[in-house]
Design a protein around this ligand. Structure first.
Ligand SMILES: [Cu+2]
Length: 515
C-alpha cells in the first residue's frame, strides 16, 4: 500500500516536472545549518596490542552528491561510501561499530571468510545493534582481497540509504602501483530526495522486479492496473548514477601521469547490473571478487558487466595521454543511469573527456590460464533453482521463500557442488556467505581459462552454473540474491553445518531483519 502511495506520488511528481523547465531544486540557497558542510571524518585507527582498531559510527549525515543534489544519507562515519578500511595481510582487525541511527543495524563484511559469529546477519549470527548500542567485530585479515562492508539489517533500505564501504586486505607481496583507486558504483533517486521521501519509511516489498528487459527478456511484470512494470518503476525512480558517493559533475577525476601503472578496484554497491567500458587503453582483469586471476592477458574494447556486490580489479599501463572517461552505465537504463569516470593525465586537466565504444563483453569463462585446483572429490550435490512466484512478484529458491527457505546441510570437510539455474527473467547475483566457491561450468561448458574464485555470481536469465566449495568454515551461512529487493521478497537459502550451534542468544525483543 505504501508502495502504491509512493508510486502515485512519483507519477504526480513526474507530471509536475513536465510542466516545469527546471527539474532540480537549487540547494545552494538553502540553509542546512552546521550539518551542511561535507564532513569527511577520519576513521579512528588505533593500533593497540598489535591490533588495528577502527571506530565506526553509523549515523545520519547530510550528503552532497553534487552542488544541487543533497540528501539525508545513512553513513559510516559521515561519508559516502564509508571510509575505506585498508589493512595488511595478517593484521588483527577490530571494528567497533556504534549505532547512532534511530533504527537497529548490523555490519556484514562481504566476501571475507569471517568466523560465523562475526558475519553480521541479524537473527542468524547476532542480534541487530539497537540504537545507541555498540558491537565489536574482530577478524584476522588472512585472506588478501578487495571486500566491502555493508548493513545486513533490512538491506533494501539501509544499503540503499548509504551504509556501505570498502575493506581491503593488501597482500604481503602486493605489486607496486603508482595509482590504486576505488570506483564504487551506486545509484540514487533524485526524485525521492526532491520529494522528501525517506527511504527508511519506504516499503520496498513491492519493488523487487528491478531487473528486466535484458537481451529481449521482456520488461518484467506489470503492476496491477497501473500498466507500469517494476523495471520501469525502478528506471523512473533511480535516475542518478553515483560514483564514489558523487554524481556528475562532481565525480572526482583520477589524476595520472604517463608511464604510471594503475590499479582500479570496481565495486557495484547498487541494485543494477552495470557495464564498464575502458577507453583508449588495453587492460588486464587481475581479480574477481578480490581473488587472483591466473595469468591474465591484455585485452581491449571489451566491456565488463558488474552485478550488484561483485568486484572487478583491473590493471592499466598509462601509455596514451589524454583526458579519458571510463563509461559506466546500467544495462537496463543506460539513458538515465550513466556516468563518465575521468582518468586525466597531467597536462590534460581542461580537456573534454573522451570515451570509447566496445565490441564485445568480457567473458570470465575463457580468460587467463587454467590452474590445477586442489579440491577433493565432490561429496554432496545440491540444486539451486531460482524461480519466481505470484506472477513474478516474489522470488524463490527451489520453490521456497525466506523464512520458510531451502536449507542445505553440509559437514566440515564436505566438497559441495551446487547447480544453479535461473528460471526467471531477471539477473540474480547470488552471494554465499562464509566461503569462496569456484565456478566449474557455465551452461554445461567447463570453464576454460583461469580458475574463477568468487563470493558472488551473477546468474542471468536462462543461465546455469556449477560451482563447488570446500566446507571448512562451520556456521549458519546465508546464500542469497544480492538484489536486495529479490532477497527481501524471498530469494534466500542457508548453508548449515550439521550440529552447529550459534553462540549468541536470540533476543525476541530485537526486531532482527536479516533481509
Ligand atoms: Cu535476484
Amino acid at each position: 500500500m505504501i508502495y502504491k502511495v509512493l508510486f502515485t506520488a512519483v507519477l504526480v511528481f513526474i507530471f509536475g516536472l513536465t510542466a516545469c523547465s527546471n527539474n532540480t531544486v537549487n540547494h545552494s540557497t538553502m540553509d542546512h545549518g552546521e550539518d551542511q558542510k561535507e564532513t569527511v571524518e577520519e576513521v579512528a585507527v588505533d593500533v593497540s596490542e598489535g591490533k588495528k582498531v577502527f571506530n565506526i559510527e553509523v549515523k545520519e549525515s547530510h550528503w552532497m552528491l553534487n552542488d544541487e543534489l543533497i540528501f539525508d544519507a545513512w553513513t559510516y562515519n559521515g561519508t559516502l561510501p564509508g571510509q575505506e578500511i585498508r589493512v595488511q595481510e595478517g593484521d588483527e582487525v577490530v571494528l567497533n561499530v556504534k549505532n547512532s541511527l534511530s533504527v537497529p543495524t548490523a555490519l556484514h563484511l562481504h566476501g571475507f571468510p569471517v568466523p560465523n559469529e562475526m558475519d553480521g546477519v541479524p537473527g542468524i549470527t547476532q542480534n541487530a545493534i539497537m540504537p545507541g548500542e555498540e558491537f565489536t567485530y574482530e577478524y584476522t585479515a588472512d585472506v588478501p582481497g578487495t571486500y566491502w562492508y555493508h548493513s545486513h539489517q533490512n538491506g533494501a533500505v539501509q544499503v540503499d540509504q548509504g551504509l556501505y564501504g570498502v575493506f581491503i586486505v593488501e597482500p604481503n607481496d602486493q605489486p607496486e602501483y603508482n595509482v590504486d583507486e576505488l570506483i564504487v558504483i551506486d545509484e540514487w533517486s533524485s526524485m525521492m530526495a526532491e520529494m522528501g521521501i525517506d527511504h527508511q519509511n519506504m516499503d520496498h516489498s513491492g519493488m523487487h522486479g528491478g531487473h528486466g528487459g535484458h537481451g529481449g527478456h521482456g520488461v518484467g511484470h506489470t503492476m496491477g492496473n497501473d500498466g507500469i512494470s517494476h523495471s520501469e518503476m525502478m528506471n523512473m525512480m533511480y535516475d542518478t548514477m553515483v560514483i564514489n558517493g558523487k554524481a556528475t559533475p562532481a565525480i572526482a577525476p583520477v589524476e595520472v601521469k604517463e608511464g604510471d601503472l594503475m590499479k582500479l578496484r570496481f565495486l557495484n554497491a547498487g541494485l543494477f547490473t552495470q557495464v564498464i567500458s575502458i577507453p583508449g587503453h588495453s587492460f588486464k582483469v587481475t581479480h574477481y571478487d578480490g581473488q587472483e586471476v591466473n595469468e591474465p592477458e591484455w585485452i581491449s574494447e571489451q566491456a565488463i558487466r558488474i552485478a550488484p556486490a561483485e568486484r572487478y580489479e583491473i590493471e592499466i599501463e598509462l601509455n596514451h595521454p589524454g583526458a579519458w572517461g571510463i563509461e559506466v552505465f546500467a544495462e537496463q537504463n543506460p539513458s538515465n543511469l550513466h556516468a563518465l569516470v575521468p582518468i586525466v593525465y597531467s597536462g590534460f586537466e581542461n580537456t573534454e573527456l573522451e570515451s570509447s565504444t566496445f565490441s564485445s563483453y568480457f567473458d570470465f569463462t575463457n580468460y587467463g590460464s587454467p590452474i590445477e585446483l586442489s579440491i577433493g572429490e565432490i561429496t554432496k550435490k545440491y540444486e539451486m533453482m531460482l524461480g519466481s512466484k505470484d506472477g513474478g512478484e516474489t522470488f524463490t529458491i527451489n520453490g521456497k521463500q525466506f523464512p520458510n527457505h531451502e536449507v542445505y546441510e553440509v559437514e566440515e570437510g564436505d566438497v559441495v557442488k551446487f547447480t544453479i539455474i535461473n528460471d526467471t527473467e531477471v539477473d540474480h547475483p547470488m552471494h554465499m556467505h562464509g566461503e569462496f566457491f569456484y565456478v566449474l561450468s557455465k551452461n554445461g561448458q567447463l570453464v576454460k581459462g583461469s580458475a574463477i574464485k568468487k563470493d558472488t555470481l551473477n546468474v542471468r536469465p536462462d543461465e546455469s552454473y556449477e560451482i563447488v566449495f570446500e566446507a571448512k568454515n562451520p556456521g549458519i551461512w546465508m546464500f542469497h540474491c544480492h538484489e536486495f529487493h529479490h532477497a527481501n521478497n524471498g530469494m534466500v537459502a542457508e548453508v548449515i553445518y550439521k550440529g552447529f550451534e550459534p553462540i549468541f542468544e536470540l533476543d525476541p525483543n530485537v526486531p532482527n531483519q536479516p533481509e
